[in-house]
Design a binder for this molecule. Structure first.
Ligand code: 4AD
Ligand code: MG
Length: 462
């Protein structure tokens, strides 16, 4: 196993011999020597390598050590006189693995726009910003598993191909069993894309919740963490057609317990990232959004605000703000309303709960008032909704009528209704939009820049 550059930069001792492998970020040629910065993706700043002009084949080597080239350097670690680094590598042996022609390599030593970087998804992971995003994404994912595993939740793998529409919103991608070698044809000869999944309708899942409920009524506390798909044609900085969702589901749990878990969960993830990725967080603080550190510290320690939907509507009505979208009891909160509540009124994340039944999904538990459901959304400053959850309707008759009231056919939900016939219990859960969390944590403006390969309308090239 080769030593990762982050280990060397942090703990490498002067006087030791090491070999590092990575990609050149920058090169500075002086008379006596050349400095290159090499990075293997394990850290933000890379390692400074000093190449003395006395090295055999110097001129030829330097020609090939351009930005983007892959190379291996062996030599001695030496305390660095530079003030930005503790240690540097004095190379005595160099091997160039792969060159990168400076005339055609798209990533040069300058700041590229995120729009441009999106057109080169195959190379943008080599930039500082996308590199830092990916390390924070990894830390968040690790923290998520650790949080649930420490609490005895079972990680369950819910299907990506499913027959049910969890949210009942009809925003589904269909799955077809098309044989591209001999595709079925319409009478006019065109490829017939309306084929079903082996003779049945099937979709890409919008949420693993319904299947997670099955597992929760056997294992008590479970969570899913996987890709989900929404065919909503929204071109916003917060929507993807394919995004990752974390969905815990707990038997013997009500809305209160659900909100408490969501709060403890987010606090834990922020604490973990503060501890494990301080350098990357500071990068975002300095280069992207100067509130990143304060937000992370607040998220790691402070309790969230909590407001009922009815209170939230009163606050919005009396705010005196000229909102673009109307505010009235019974209407859904728009992103501008969510942001006002979190960013300006509460100045921290806020959980809004007990929404009107008619704007929420069929599975949410009807409250005693008959008008609202035991739903909750966690709204974050700058982002809006990052978590949506609820206590589930565990009463068979109520659930059945909620399904039909919402114009859905109860037949495909027979197994979901069965859970209410056999050993039904109060249960609750939520879904965290993983990319929205990473966006919130890094201050990145656009959700397309916190996932390696964004899928949005008109964007699925890689
Ligand atoms: O609020 P949503 O639609 O809730 C559910 O899917 C529930 N079944 C979850 C559950 O209770 N187990 O989605 C949950 C979260 C949202 O709060 C948001 O953060 C994220 O998923 N989300 C999206 N993220 C990116 N792009 C999209 N198109 C998203 N749609 C939802
Ligand atoms: Mg929602």
């Amino acid at each position: 196993m080769q030593q990762r550059i982050c280990e060397i930069v942090r703990h490498g001792e002067a006087g030791t011999q090491v070999t590092v492998k990575g990609w050149i970020r920058t090169k500075r040629e002086l008379k006596e020597c050349t400095f290159v910065n090499v990075n293997d993706g394990s850290l933000l700043a890379g390692l400074q390598v000093v190449i003395p002009h006395t090295l055999e084949g110097y001129a030829d080597l330097i020609k090939h050590l351009t930005t983007g080239a892959a190379a291996e350097f062996s030599g001695e670690l030496v305390p660095s006189p530079g003030k930005n680094q503790r240690i540097e590598l004095h190379a005595s042996h160099i091997h160039v693995w792969g060159t990168a022609d400076p005339d055609t390599y798209p990533l040069q030593k300058k700041r590229h726009s995120f729009e441009f970087l999106r057109t080169i998804s195959h190379l943008r992971p080599r930039t500082n910003t996308i590199g830092a995003v990916m390390r924070i994404r990894n830390a968040c994912a690790t923290a998520i598993h650790q949080f649930f595993q420490e609490r005895g939740f079972l990680w369950v793998h819910t299907p990506i191909i499913t027959a049910s529409d969890c949210e009942g919103a009809g925003e589904l991608f269909t799955v077809t069993s098309l044989n591209l070698a001999a595709p079925p044809r319409t009478p006019t000869g065109a490829v017939d894309f309306s084929q079903d999944f082996f003779g049945r309708h099937a979709y890409l899942t919008v949420s693993g919740q319904l299947e997670a409920e099955i597992m929760a009524t056997a294992f008590s506390q479970v969570y899913t963490f996987g890709p989900t798909f929404r065919a909503e044609n929204s071109n916003t900085s917060r929507h993807l057609a394919e995004f990752w969702m974390v969905e815990p589901e707990m038997a013997f749990c009500d809305l209160q317990g659900d909100m408490d878990l969501a709060e403890a969960f987010l606090q834990y993830v922020f604490r973990y990232v503060l501890e494990h990725c301080p350098e990357d967080l500071v990068f975002f603080q300095e280069r992207v959004d100067n509130t990143v550190m304060a937000t992370a510290q607040q998220m790691a320690s402070q309790a969230f605000a909590r407001l009922s939907y009815t209170e939230a509507i009163h606050l919005l009505e009396s705010s005196g703000r000229p909102f673009e979208f109307p505010v009235a009891w019974g209407l859904d909160l728009q992103s501008e309303h969510e942001r006002y509540l979190a960013e300006e009124y509460c100045r921290r994340p806020v959980i809004v709960y007990d929404y009107p039944a008619n704007i929420k999904a069929f599975y949410m538990r009807l409250n005693d008032d008959g008008k609202t459901v035991a739903a909750m959304d966690v709204l974050a400053p700058k982002i809006g909704e990052i978590i949506g959850g609820s206590q589930r309707e565990e009463r068979y008759d109520v659930l059945h009528s909620r399904i039909t009231e919402q114009g859905l056919d109860p037949a495909p939900y027979w197994w979901y209704l069965d859970l209410r016939r056999f050993g039904s219990v109060p249960h609750a859960g939520f879904g965290l939009g993983f990319e929205r969390l990473v966006q919130f944590m890094t201050g990145m403006d656009n959700i397309r820049d916190v996932i390696p390969f964004p899928r949005t309308p008109g964007n699925a090239e890689f």
